[in-house]
Design a protein around this ligand. Structure first.
Ligand code: UDP
Length: 326
């Protein structure tokens, strides 16, 4: 298949492009390189530097590419900054997404695999979380993703767009080639590993007074390769609807630090800091639907393996894509 992949210079997009290309698909990457890296663009892909907020550019690129399907990763994806500047998030994630949908409509492209998030659910009433739970986001990031889910669903009526919503839990890990490099980094696992690398002195644990066994927030970490594989199953199997992607196991912030200590053999000091606004205490997926309908089977469900792979990549690329290890 020919896949038009937005955000292919980013963390999840780069790994998905790699796996698609490994399987013999053709990939066009559309990325503005604002937070992505040129070094994360697989050289086997065609690269278009462009911004989804540039309506003409996305229309032109879609027209020229004429793909079989779109995978849409490009977005702002942080809870904290979205609380500080909601409009920025809505303009990029929602307005940019509308431009993408319009470009698909006018070029007759129907299938889209959309990177959605467990943040669309807000604070869930039930754990593990199934796809039919109410969606009440607690931050503009989650709201922007939910808005685009709805916009794409309405576009199904209007111009036959066939969306699949993949609601990710916490993406982590790496392949040998591609890993996680954000600037600034805000995610727990890479931050913890940067302490082990001696690049940071300690980790701040955002709140230890949540209603969880050790008081720190619980998340469901999923290996980036397993996430990427779910996209490939969704697009090649011609599926529709929403799928949660996690391992069904929740780990607290303190447990993640403990696993990283074991994997790296380093003492990883931490301080307890105030809660981060917008953080739900506990997010754990039920991925039963993805397993039964997509036939998805995570290859690396263990947190330890996920952290080991991330550690290996960070050791080989201590400066991420900026360094000589690129
Ligand atoms: N977290 C933390 N310290 C950090 C970064 C994250 O305690 O320096 C916590 C955060 O509050 C959340 C969990 O780790 O409970 C995972 O956060 P991350 O930003 O990695 O992913 P998110 O769940 O926001 O998508």
């Amino acid at each position: 298949m020919k896949i038009f992949l937005t955000g292919g210079a980013g963390y999840i997009g780069s790994v998905t492009a790699q796996l698609l290309l490994d399987e013999g698909h053709e990939v066009v990457i559309f990325d503005n390189l604002e937070s992505g890296h040129r070094g994360a663009v697989d050289p086997r892909a065609k690269f278009v530097e462009g911004d989804l907020r540039d309506r003409e550019k996305i229309h032109e690129s879609m027209r020229e590419s004429r793909p079989d399907a779109v995978m849409h990763f490009a977005a702002y994806a942080l809870v904290g900054p979205s609380m500080e500047d909601p409009l920025l998030y809505f303009r990029n994630n929602v307005a940019g997404g509308i431009h993408l949908a319009e470009a698909m409509c006018s070029s007759g492209v129907k299938k889209i695999i959309f990177s959605s998030t467990c943040a669309t659910y807000g604070e869930p009433d039930e754990i593990p979380m199934t796809e039919d739970l109410p969606q009440h986001p607690t931050n503009p990031y989650g709201e922007s993703k939910l808005m685009l889910e709805r916009i794409l669903s309405w576009s199904e009526e209007r111009c036959g767009i066939e969306p699949v919503f993949l609601r990710y839990f916490n993406a982590a890990g790496a392949t040998e080639k591609y890993g996680e490099h954000h600037d600034p980094e805000t995610h727990l696992i890479p931050l913890v590993l940067s302490v082990a690398l001696g690049q940071k002195q300690k980790v701040d644990v955002f709140g230890d007074d949540y209603d969880t066994p050790d008081g720190t927030c619980i998340r469901d970490y999923i290996h980036i390769v397993d996430l990427a594989q779910a996209h490939i199953l969704a697009v090649t199997g011609n599926h529709a609807g929403a799928f949660n992607l996690g391992n069904g196991n929740g780990y607290s912030v303190k447990e993640v630090i403990d696993v990283a200590r074991e994997v790296t053999g380093c003492d990883i000091p931490f301080d307890v800091a105030p809660r981060r606004p917008g953080d739900p205490p506990r997010l754990v997926a039920s991925s039963e639907k993805a397993m039964h309908v997509l036939g998805w089977q995570p290859r690396y469900p263990e947190l330890r393996t996920i952290v080991e792979h991330a550690w290996k990549w960070h050791l080989a690329h201590p400066e991420g894509y900026d360094g000589a290890g690129k």
